[in-house]
Ligand binder design. Structure first.
Ligand code: G6P
Length: 367
């Protein structure tokens, strides 16, 4: 009903506007007297110290949150981490031992493949942490420990606020593992926590002026295809940006690590082909600019997500969407917001029902 949408035209937009609150609530109570707080996990620190491999298992958007977390877990704890879709993980014979940590990520907590993967992993002796939005859900009940994201009920089929909550919760878990392995000092953890908390304000700032996003969406709305490219954290965000667009607008969208352009996707480009580039300030920024130039040379229409204050990028891209400057790892949170809005604007312009896309369900409880 209209009242449930709280004045917004659809649940998706309402839920995007709940993202700053989701970040705040997911982080609330997690830093007490300068220390990370995970009491409810009743952690056995000896067990955790013995972990030599992490698997993040999930489906759909939750899988993309896992891709981001892999980067942080490996960077901060140096524990090898793989991310895998649950439907693949459960049907192969992954290397699982009692020193394996499986992190199952599921907004609904009831996705059939993810649940099956949890059960298999526990039989093989792994320790399983669940990250979910639904209290008492099967994923929560069947895991050894659970971290709740605080997105509150998500109604639109396409995940938005829950994705940000997952990224925040997984980042906290990466910080915890980093602390345990000595990869992060207490001072670094406090600083990271503060900066992550600040992203709530950054998102508010993005939501306060969405005109550049709308303009870019208008320029792309009649396309048949779109390509999303980036490097590092930027590439992982692209996978989610492309998924969002195809889910709700039915425009065919594909994401690629920008360095792979020359190995295939560049062949697609012709006059006006939309290429959405995550070009925020990062260690590979210059490489990304080269990729933009390659796209422009083939006539592509380039939409860049860039860091506020970057004037240089205007020379290269057709449309620039600025977002506040954050540490590279937190651009996963901030840059995802304009990509969600971009997908929604295109879907609306194409007359699609953004809350209930055809053929899709909010949770996939049967195989
Ligand atoms: C469905 C939903 C997606 C979601 C995926 C995984 O495909 O439409 O939005 O990302 O399932 O769901 P889960 O509840 O396990 O995160």
């Amino acid at each position: 009903s209209a009242a449930e949408k709280g004045g917004f035209p659809d649940f998706m937009l309402k839920e995007i506007y709940e993202e700053p609150r989701t970040i705040r609530d997911t982080l609330a109570g997690r830093m007490v007297n300068g220390h990370l707080q995970f009491d409810e996990l009743s952690l056995n620190y000896d067990e955790l110290a013995a972990i030599d491999r992490v698997y993040i298992i999930a489906c759909g958007t939750s899988y993309h949150a896992g891709l981001i977390a892999k980067n942080l877990i490996e960077a901060w704890s140096r524990i090898p981490c793989e991310v895998e879709v649950a439907s693949e993980f459960r049907y192969r014979n992954p290397i699982i031992t009692p020193s394996t940590l499986v992190v199952a990520v599921s907004q609904s907590g009831e996705t059939a493949d993810t649940l099956a993967a949890i059960r298999d992993a526990r039989i093989k002796g792994a320790k399983v942490f669940g990250i979910t939005n639904v209290v008492g859900s099967p994923v929560a009940r069947e895991s050894d420990g659970v971290i709740y994201i605080k997105a509150n009920k998500e109604i639109a089929v396409a995940a938005t606020k829950s994705f940000l909550g997952q990224v925040a919760a997984l980042t906290l878990l990466a910080m915890l593992l980093g602390q345990l392995r000595g990869g992060l000092t207490t001072a670094q953890i406090r600083m990271l926590f503060r900066e992550m908390a600040d992203t709530a304000q950054h998102i508010e700032q993005i939501l306060a002026d969405t005109s550049a996003i709308e303009e870019a969406a208008l320029a792309c709305k009649d396309a048949q295809n779109a390509l999303f490219i980036g490097r590092g954290i930027g590439s992982t965000i692209c996978y989610e940006g492309a998924l969002k667009l195809k889910e709700i607008s039915y425009l065919h969208a594909e994401a690629y690590a920008a360095g792979e352009m020359k190995h295939g996707p560049i062949a697609l480009l012709d006059e006006g082909f939309p290429v959405i580039v995550v070009a925020t300030k990062s260690p590979t920024y210059d490489k990304v600019i080269s990729n933009i130039q390659e796209c422009k040379a083939r006539g592509a229409l380039v939409v860049a997500i860039a860091t506020e204050g970057d004037e240089e990028i205007k020379k290269h891209a057709d449309h620039v969407i600025y977002i506040p400057k954050v540490r590279d790892c937190f651009s996963a949170i901030t840059a995802s917001v304009p990509l969600q809005l971009f997908a929604r604007d295109i879907a609306i312009a194409r007359g699609c029902d953004v809350d209930q896309p055809r053929n899709l369900a909010k949770s996939v409880t049967v195989e």
